[in-house]
Design a protein around this ligand. Structure first.
Ligand SMILES: Nc1ncnc2c1ncn2[C@@H]1O[C@H](COP(=O)(O)OP(=O)(O)O)[C@@H](O)[C@H]1O
Ligand SMILES: [Mg+2]
Length: 447
């Protein structure tokens, strides 16, 4: 069994939402701020009800639509729903524009996305290193292909049990998995001896860094660090498809078989059969995850009918759509429909709206993001950034944190000042400004 790690791919994608741990609901009521979420209480309550519907197995044939202006937390809420469904529930996010790829059919892109959002939890005995991380050093370097992107290239991890402490040097795939899972010093983890997959067990008792947190508290493991354990891990159906299609690639070498990137129906059928066998033998179980499709009005009629059919199949993930459009033409037709979605699909949607944030909420979200990105700023800088969040967009304000941190560091300070915010806000503009700027230029040159 191969386990294909998607850590590097997923790392950047989910980055701006890494602070989201759940819906922040207690006894059925949304707390003002919890699990990384702030405000948006009605949408959160609705999302929480959706989670209950999913858990009681009544979501079949239905899907969710988040409708709201940009930067109102549609993606954030979809991720929160996946988190509520369980820590190993797959979340696969894609923008509808990604289906228009040169190498793959649109429906193949959607099919792969669906299979990436269905997990298979497999049980087996394996040798693992288990302990609390007492020390961790991360080494960053440039991405091998993209020189402007920093990625973790490895580092050192010290593990500790009640009677042993050992330091391991680890490679980039292990480090990126550690980081993308938000693992830090004081966490109890295990690392698979053979594959290097990392799993967080919880936060070691006595190492709590916050008074209130969603982390599970666990004891520091006993005994030696290397041990045999019943090992439960989750791969996606797509991971299994890839592994399966690799093993049959010799045949396709002679007979032409499927192109590199498309996976044949036969391969998928074989994988489905194997998984069903495992389930019958009690060695595996299925975990339907969340497939999130953003800017759903960009899908065309062909994609919509594929999705409608796929929703009926027994191996179907939870489908969550998002849009910021009202009435618009359904792509590939002349029909105008709400959100550009065909009526038959609209009929099966539970629709949740997200509303613009208040000043206080924007300030709170910026604070959470700053904590998450480990940047510090003074009171005035926070006010200024909040102002930008109100005037331009929340996403813009959040995105300015990283460059502002760079500027602050350049002048030898670890704290972002309001001047730093002024500087980066001049250097980087919001989408609103950049499109307005070009519109004016076009007018000038047309005259
Ligand atoms: N209610 C919220 N609480 C905390 N963070 C949020 C909330 N809503 C949005 N964010 C964060 O603000 C940024 C923009 O939100 P996003 O979910 O991308 O909006 P949308 O998908 O509606 O365009 C993201 O970094 C997101 O994680
Ligand atoms: Mg979004």
């Amino acid at each position: 069994m191969t386990s294909v790690s998607s850590a590097v791919r997923g790392f950047e994608r989910i980055g701006t939402h890494s602070h989201i741990k759940g819906l922040g609901i207690k006894e059925g009521k949304p707390l003002p701020a919890a699990d990384g979420l702030v405000g948006q209480v009605e949408a959160r309550k609705a999302a929480w009800i959706v989670v209950q519907i999913i858990k009681s197995g009544k979501m079949a044939g239905k899907a969710i639509l988040f409708a709201g202006p940009p930067g109102t937390g549609k993606t954030a809420l979809a991720i929160a729903i996946a988190r509520e469904l369980g820590s190993d529930t797959p979340f696969m996010g894609l923008s509808a524009s990604e289906v228009y790829s040169a190498e793959m059919k649109k429906t193949e892109v959607l099919m792969q996305a669906m299979r990436k959002s269905i997990g298979v939890r497999i049980r087996e005995f394996r040798r693992v290193y288990e302990g609390m991380i007492s020390k961790m050093e991360v080494k960053f370097d440039r991405h091998p292909y993209n020189p402007w992107q920093q990625i973790p290239v490895g580092g050192k991890i010290t593990l500790k049990t009640t009677n042993e402490e050992r330091t391991f040097s680890v490679d980039s795939s292990i480090m990126s998995e550690v980081l993308s899972k938000g693992i830090s010093e004081g966490d109890v983890v295990w690392i698979d001896e053979e594959t290097g997959r990392v799993q967080k067990v919880g936060r070691a008792k006595g190492a709590e860094s916050y008074d209130i947190s969603s982390d599970r508290l666990v004891e520091i493991p006993k005994g030696s660090i290397l041990k045999e354990k019943e090992f439960i891990h989750t791969v996606t159906l797509h991971d299994l498809d890839i592994a399966q299609s690799r093993s049959s690639s010799i045949i396709s070498l002679f007979f032409g078989g499927p192109s590199e990137r498309e996976i044949s129906p036969e391969v998928r059928q074989r994988v489905d059969e194997t998984v069903k066998e495992w389930i019958d033998e009690g060695r595996a179980e299925l975990i339907p995850g969340v497939l999130f499709i953003d800017d759903v009005h960009m899908l065309d009629i062909e994609c919509f009918s594929f999705l409608s059919r796929a929703m009926e199949s027994e191996l179907s993930p939870i489908l969550i759509l998002a849009t910021n459009r009202g009435l618009t033409r359904i792509k590939g037709t002349d029909v105008v429909a709400p959100h550009g979605i065909p009526l038959d699909l609209l009929d099966r949607l539970l629709i949740i709206t997200t509303k613009p944030y208040t000043r206080e909420e924007i300030e709170e979200i910026i604070k959470i993001r700053a904590r998450e990105e480990k940047v510090d700023m003074d009171e005035e800088a926070l006010k200024k950034l909040t102002e930008l969040g109100m005037e331009r967009s929340l996403r813009y304000a959040v995105q300015l944190l990283t460059p502002a941190g760079v500027i602050a560091k350049e002048r030898g300070s670890s704290k972002i000042s309001s001047k730093d915010i002024d500087t980066v806000a001049k250097l980087f503009v919001s989408v609103k400004e950049s499109s307005e700027y070009l519109r004016k230029m076009e007018e000038m040159f047309l005259k």
